[in-house]
Design a protein around this ligand. Sequence first.
Ligand SMILES: Nc1ncnc2c1ncn2[C@@H]1O[C@H](COP(=O)(O)OP(=O)(O)OP(=O)(O)O)[C@@H](O)[C@H]1O
Length: 235
Amino acid sequence: MSLLEARGLTRHFGGLRAVDGVDFDLAAGEIHALIGPNGAGKTTFVSLLSGRVPVQAGSIRLVGEDITRLPAHARVRKGIAYTFQITSVFPGLSVFDNVALAVQGGRGSARDLRGAVAAALSRVGLEAMASDIAGTLSYGHQRLLELAMGLALQPRVLILDEPTQGLAAGEIGNFKDLVRSLVPEVAVLLIEHNMEVVMDLAHRITVLNFGQVLARGTPAEVRASPAVQEAYLGA
Ligand SMILES: Nc1ncnc2c1ncn2[C@@H]1O[C@H](COP(=O)(O)OP(=O)(O)OP(=O)(O)O)[C@@H](O)[C@H]1O
């Protein structure tokens, strides 16, 4: 059984078929990349999975349970964490407090709040900055804070939307090591434009184009696909 399974997932905006009958399976413990040209429907698709955008047709199952109509906060409690854009960090609060808020919204019982925050911060290497005000952190550190907030939710599925955007080259290497360290406890669904990161990290790739699945497979299979090369990789 897939950890997370979508069948015929559909969301149109007026006449625009942003997501149009997508079947998708996320296996336990995998790093799965979602790629495709600008406007292909990637963010809309993960917004359907996380419940930020309502589904018009199709179904979503998490470990076999139908979650298609559950509100976003209920999906978080069931283990789907979508690390939102950096705006989800409260800039006036400390790093500790940002993560503490996430712990309280998550799946765990949070009996040991301090311990849970410390564990999430040490996972991303920010433990020394716990008392810093989040808004004073560098951009790269704010992205790590965002990841710590996602991990503090104790997710089964962690959805990362363009996590390397704006990171310096040196930071990208650390980020890849960090994502690798998360599996197999967590399954990672990664929207990523940096093909070097995708090909290096992903176990499997799904390619969207005009709201539909153009191809799926291992990095080698996707790279070799003539349809993908024509539509996307520009080879
Ligand atoms: N709330 C909305 N209302 C109307 N159209 C929308 C809405 N959200 C997305 N769209 C449109 O749906 C299409 C898919 O957008 P989406 O952001 O999902 O693509 P994407 O693959 O994530 O693109 P990018 O790589 O540029 O982030 C686009 O044409 C976009 O303009």
